[in-house]
Design a protein around this ligand. Sequence first.
Ligand code: C2E
Ligand code: CA
Length: 274
Amino acid sequence: MTRGPADSDAEDVSGDLARELAQAIELEQFFLVYQPTIDLQTNAFAGVEALIRWHHPRRGVLGPDNFIDELEESGQIMPVGRWALNTACAQGAAWHDRGYRFSVSVNVSERQFESSAFFQDVADALWSSRFDSSLLVLEFAQATLRGDRETTAPRLELLRTLGVRFSIDDFEPGETALEELGQLPIDIVKLDREFIAGLSASSEASSLVHRLVESSETRHLQVIAAGIEDSGQREQLQNEKVHVGQGYLFSRPHEAEEIDRFLEDFAIFSGKPL
Ligand code: C2E
Ligand code: CA
């Protein structure tokens, strides 16, 4: 992410940041970019993940690492998260209307998940966009779902009544994580980018992926590998029968119009009908 000169003055930035973020929705400075996911076995387009960006008036386009924590701490993640859900569902419905049928994933922060307003936010976004709920995927960090099982499971079950699917983000398939996975109603497991980066050098990591993919059949889980940057990684993951891949090798995140072009090219090069 390119950073502007204001980054050098940390205190000013944090003071300004809170104030500027408070107005950013109203001033329509947020926008979403979408990063494709690709079926590793068939090369078909599988879906997109929506990722937030902030068009800052002085500092240019900022990635979420510059402001998500502040949104979380101030509670502004609620309106901003609502905006992201509405925007992603509207865009998903627009693609759907044009004959494309692929999933749209939206990142959900812990604070959103724990808020009593979240269920209604998801329901409203689906209702107002008419987006097919089975194509909406809510992505939760592994840590978000690690909380109190007594509250996490019922929350997920309630959201499930809307017909949406759930993904665990940044998943590291250790023994405990694999065990925990079996106790939650999760549809998609997204292998962590750092984990994928270390995969080729670690036979232990490969055997964990192997076990995860094996167990995914009976659990009806889809396994996604994030952060695929080279074709060696892609081949290894294809050999391990990982279902879906995402990463700079396939595409960086882009605005919706750019994804439209990607979809057209993709249909031509993959030989897939639209
Ligand atoms: P994440 O959910 O793990 O999203 C993937 C991040 O990895 C994105 O960064 C994406 O641009 C980057 N990425 C994808 N493929 C590659 C690759 O091959 N190599 C490398 N080095 N990076 C890759 P981004 O867009 O900066 O997002 C950072 C984080 O901000 C996200 O991590 C997510 O946790 C959070 N985030 C983004 N949008 C939203 C949102 O709308 N709501 C919430 N609550 N969080 C969001
Ligand atoms: Ca994610």
